[in-house]
Design a protein around this ligand. Structure first.
Ligand code: ADP
Length: 312
């Protein structure tokens, strides 16, 4: 449905997008994940025809976006990070306006009613957009992306600035849209793509560093290899023991004394579950372990892990 080959976008000497290739199949929900500045918006803007590339080919449903931008654009609905809303219009007026602007051939009333029902804004259709909450405005933004029933919908950071309840609602909505559309979701939040997407493409500094099924990334993230452990005992001796324990790749003391205990960060070598080893070693020494907490990986850790895996 979307084919991207050797895409490059350069600003002066800086590569915002540096030779990225990937494809997205029909009906897939693909997450485009990366830290701020990674090149996500630039890529989205090129796919949607808002920005030209320096080199490379983008095909949307077989149509080259450079050769026939209008035809390609018609197949894509886009929710940019800042949705283009006219706040002095009512929801219905605005969607009617978009319908006309896109020269949409579908019956206006029926089509817009259906969209309003899908994104649950039918009840507010006669309200001025400026009087809507941020969550509802975001739904209106999603609604405009659906006008014309495009095969592909692209969302750029759709939940930024929303409260937790709204975030869950918007994520559920995007998942539902996946039943009828090919969806690309761009975000810097790992949990967002985990919650919504079948597949995750990760970019960093303009380069593609991973293209994996969500379950593989999730497995990598859940890999229990890093813990904060609270131990009662003499700090230097405890740390020394931890550092020399078989299976431990790294140990350090974290923070200050809490009563007669200290907290230590302990990391294991890959594929070793150090929890039992720790328990027995500490019991042998008579140093009670009074807390243990798995420390999750953040995006940066995942990049390192993925890049390391590729090298291995
Ligand atoms: P993301 O969406 O992942 O946060 P962007 O695609 O917005 O990243 O930006 C990628 C890189 O390109 C950033 O380093 C950004 O500063 C740079 N960039 C984006 N737009 C421009 C521009 N118009 N001129 C110069 N540099 C830009």
């Amino acid at each position: 449905m979307i084919e991207i080959t050797n895409l490059v976008k350069r600003y002066g000497n800086k590569f915002a997008v540096d030779d990225i290739s990937f494809t997205v199949g029909e009906g897939e929900i693909v997450g485009f994940l990366g830290p701020n500045g990674a090149g996500k918006s630039t890529t989205m803007n090129i796919i949607t025809g808002y920005l030209s590339s320096t080199s490379g080919v983008v095909k949307v449903d077989g149509t080259d976006i450079m050769e026939d931008p209008l035809a390609a654009k018609k197949k894509i609905g886009f929710l940019p990070e800042q949705p283009p809303l006219y706040v002095d219009m009512t929801v219905w007026e605005y969607l009617s306006f978009v319908h006309e602007l896109r020269d949409c051939k579908l019956n206006r009333k029926e089509h817009l009613k259906e969209i309003c029902e899908v994104v649950k804004i039918w009840d507010v259709r006669n309200r001025l957009i400026k009087n809507l909450s941020k969550g509802y405005r975001q739904r209106v933004g999603i609604a405009q992306a659906l006008v014309g029933n495009p095969k592909i919908v692209i969302f750029d950071e759709p939940t930024v600035g929303l409260d937790p309840k709204q975030i869950i609602e918007i994520r559920n909505l995007i998942r539902r849209l996946g039943a009828r559309h090919t969806v690309i979701l761009s975000t810097h939040i790992l949990q967002e793509v985990q919650a919504v997407c079948d597949r995750i493409i990760i970019i960093k500094e303009g380069k593609l560093v991973a293209d994996e099924k969500t379950e593989n990334i999730t497995r990598a993230v859940q890999d229990n290899h890093r813990f904060n452990v609270k131990i009662v005992g003499p700090q230097r001796e405890v740390l020394n023991m931890l550092k020399n324990l078989q299976g431990v790749s790294f140990a350090e003391t974290l923070g200050e004394r809490d009563g007669d205990s200290f907290t230590y960060r302990v990391e294991s070598a890959p594929n070793i579950d150090i929890r039992k080893i720790l328990f027995h070693a500490l019991a042998d020494k008579g140093w009670p372990m009074i807390g243990m907490e798995a420390v999750g990986m953040d995006l940066e850790d995942i990049f390192i892990k993925l890049v390391d895996n590729k090298k291995a």
